[in-house]
Write a protein that binds this ligand. Structure first.
Ligand SMILES: O=C(O)C(=O)C[C@H](O)C(=O)CO
Ligand SMILES: [Zn+2]
Length: 287
């Protein structure tokens, strides 16, 4: 597991491009038949990718957690951005399709990831946070009928906003948050931009009570998103490419403009779970 420490805004404004990328960018999440995990001291979020191709991958706590198993004191959200995969949790199997997700509650011991078809492997994107109690493990689908252990994202949690005129027409699909899928602190969802729209999260915001990680995907190889971070009057950019993630401390804005439309997964962890609790930044005040 790779470890990242927290960073002060007073230091970050002096960072070079290289240092900014070292601290905040996760350049590769998906390695064939491997699990990549990055542990950040910022609210102790773990961001990762599991890409089973021919093998079944076992999620291990590693030395860093000093735990008997990964979710001994943690909860986890998963969204599959690849082909259909299988997540097995303490002997129970869940088939997780493209853009379907899972919330896995604290205490789940044996977790494995597999793909249904090695030619179209699953790519499980993971966010995990410390947890104080166990909420039910569920499979999360965007459409369909709910059933035992399967939750459908409610219409009220598919929020269309922005406009083509403002180059920011997009839909925010909220997978894990209170009233949808209960968790101790983790919130997760996916935002999809319409063709011709390139801006996410503009007008932008900070939220002093939560940190956030963005993972951009559905970008062709040569395309990129200019991800903006930093204090609102000390903005910096990081060039982010397909399937890369970027860590945003609570004091930092997090927004992006792409060379074309794209999709991203956001995950938040921290003091509260109030999605709308944001410190809004007016565009005229950004520097
Ligand atoms: O496009 C957007 O706007 C977002 O997706 C915003 C994120 O969900 C976010 O930053 C929540 O705090
Ligand atoms: Zn945010």
């Amino acid at each position: 597991m790779e470890l990242r420490t927290a960073a002060s805004p007073r230091d970050v404004k002096n960072y070079t491009t290289e240092r900014l990328r070292e601290e905040f960018l996760i350049p590769q999440l998906f390695f064939a038949d491997d699990i990549k995990l990055v542990y950040s001291h910022i609210d102790r979020i773990i961001t990762g990718g599991a890409m089973p191709v021919k093998e079944t991958l076992v999620l291990k706590a590693g030395e860093e957690l000093r735990a008997d198993y990964f979710l001994e004191r943690r909860e986890m959200g998963v969204i599959n951005i690849g082909g259909t995969g299988i997540i097995t949790i303490d002997g129970k199997t869940y088939e997780v399709g493209h853009k379907e997700g899972m919330y896995i509650g604290r205490g789940a011991k044996d977790i494995t990831f597999a793909s249904v078809n090695a030619d179209a492997p699953a790519k499980f994107y993971l966010n995990s946070a410390p947890a104080h109690m166990t909420y039910p493990t569920v499979l999360i689908k965007r459409e369909g009928e709910p059933s035992e252990g399967v939750v459908i994202v409610k219409d009220e949690n598919k929020v269309e906003l922005g406009s083509l005129e403002d180059s920011n027409h997009r839909t925010i699909c909220k997978y894990i948050l209170p009233g949808q899928v209960e968790s101790c602190q983790l919130e997760m969802g996916m935002t999809s931009l319409e063709p011709g729209s390139v801006w996410n999260t503009m007008p932008c915001h900070t939220h002093d009570r939560r940190m956030e990680v963005y993972m951009y995907f559905e970008l062709p190889e040569d395309a990129f998103v200019m991800h903006y971070m930093g204090e609102p009057t000390e903005t910096r950019h990081i060039v982010v490419r397909n399937e890369q993630a970027v860590i945003s401390p609570s004091w930092s804005i997090h927004a992006g403009s792409g060379s074309r439309n794209y999709t991203f997964i956001w995950g938040m962890v921290g003091e509260n779970q109030d999605f709308d609790d944001m410190d809004h930044c007016e565009m005229k005040d950004l520097m």
